[in-house]
Design a protein around this ligand. Structure first.
Ligand SMILES: [Zn+2]
Length: 292
């Protein structure tokens, strides 16, 4: 009996250990890929939201920081670009795959973000003491917009309300003509719209179109997710949002349920936008549930 008990305990311990190992292993194989966009601006891809980098004689500014587990790899990638100090961290919005490394980078960099990001982070910490603490909270916050003058760039940080969440910023490098859209662009993918964090389908589309109206043919666009893009991909993204929203709303008003629309599908044109996190059914459900 004792032997069986011991074996049982060993088995439980083994399961716990492998569980822990696989949780850590989630990021083991992630490599940070650096792409030079133009001038002082770079894009880093790893796991989670794409990172924007402005590196030059004044040091380094980054936009978003993916996950805490990737902080060392991100630091190494930044060092390859420029040995200067990290001075500023801008957050596009509150999701964990964009601000997961805040507490680490916030020890050296000044974090800048919309008011609602700071408020949501503080609220979360009050509920859960293991959430990111003070080091990870934005130090400078803004309501509508803010400008950072760094590395000879005029960097405009603009709030776009009620879109992906209620605290999204789109960041425009005016001199380089580069836009970091945060999660207001999932290039070639159905987007996630976080209704529970103050996002809305109609607001999201309105915001995407507002950015589209401001860019030109030589603008480079860093999307929150997906590859480095241009006005061409943003136009396709906007087109997809309008077309699929209308299609789903028309089917709903004809009396179809969400399941029936999912069974019918959205046609071949948008099949490639289906991906692991937002498959077609989830995109249909997002629009369906937000339509009266
Ligand atoms: Zn997001």
């Amino acid at each position: 009996m004792i032997l069986i008990k011991m074996l049982k305990q060993t088995l439980i311990m083994m399961l716990i250990c492998t569980g822990i190992l696989s949780a850590q292993g989630r990021f083991d194989n992630v490599e940070i890929k650096t792409t030079h966009v133009r001038g002082n601006i770079y894009m880093l891809e790893g796991k989670g939201g794409n990172i924007g980098v402005c590196a030059g004689e004044d040091g380094i500014l980054i936009i978003d920081d993916q996950f805490a587990e990737l902080a060392d790899k991100i630091k190494a990638a930044l060092k390859e670009i420029n040995p200067g100090e990290l001075k500023f961290l801008l957050n596009t919005h509150v999701h964990g795959d964009h601000i997961g490394g805040n507490s680490i980078f916030g020890k050296v960099a000044t974090i800048i973000a919309h008011d609602n990001i700071r408020n949501r982070m503080i609220d979360k910490f009050k509920e859960d003491s293991t959430a990111q603490g003070k080091n990870g909270w934005p130090v400078i916050t803004f309501d509508k917009s803010l400008t950072v003058h760094f590395n000879n760039e005029t960097i405009e940080v603009m709030h776009f309300p009620k879109g992906h969440t209620d605290g999204d910023a789109v960041i425009y490098f005016k001199d380089a003509n580069i836009v970091h859209m945060g999660d207001h662009m999932f290039s070639g993918l159905f987007p996630y719209i976080d209704i529970n964090s103050g996002g809305s389908v109609d607001g999201y589309i309105k915001n995407v179109d507002a950015v589209l109206a401001q860019v030109n043919d030589s603008t480079m666009i860093i999307p929150g997710h997906g590859p480095l893009s241009t006005k061409k991909e943003l136009t396709v993204f906007s087109h997809m949002l309008h077309k699929t929203t209308k299609l789903i709303r028309d089917m709903k008003s004809s009396g179809m349920t969400s399941d029936e629309i999912a069974a019918e599908g959205l046609g071949d044109e948008w099949k490639s936008f289906d991906w692991g996190f937002i498959p077609t059914e989830r995109w249909i459900e997002t629009i369906y549930s937000s339509t009266k």
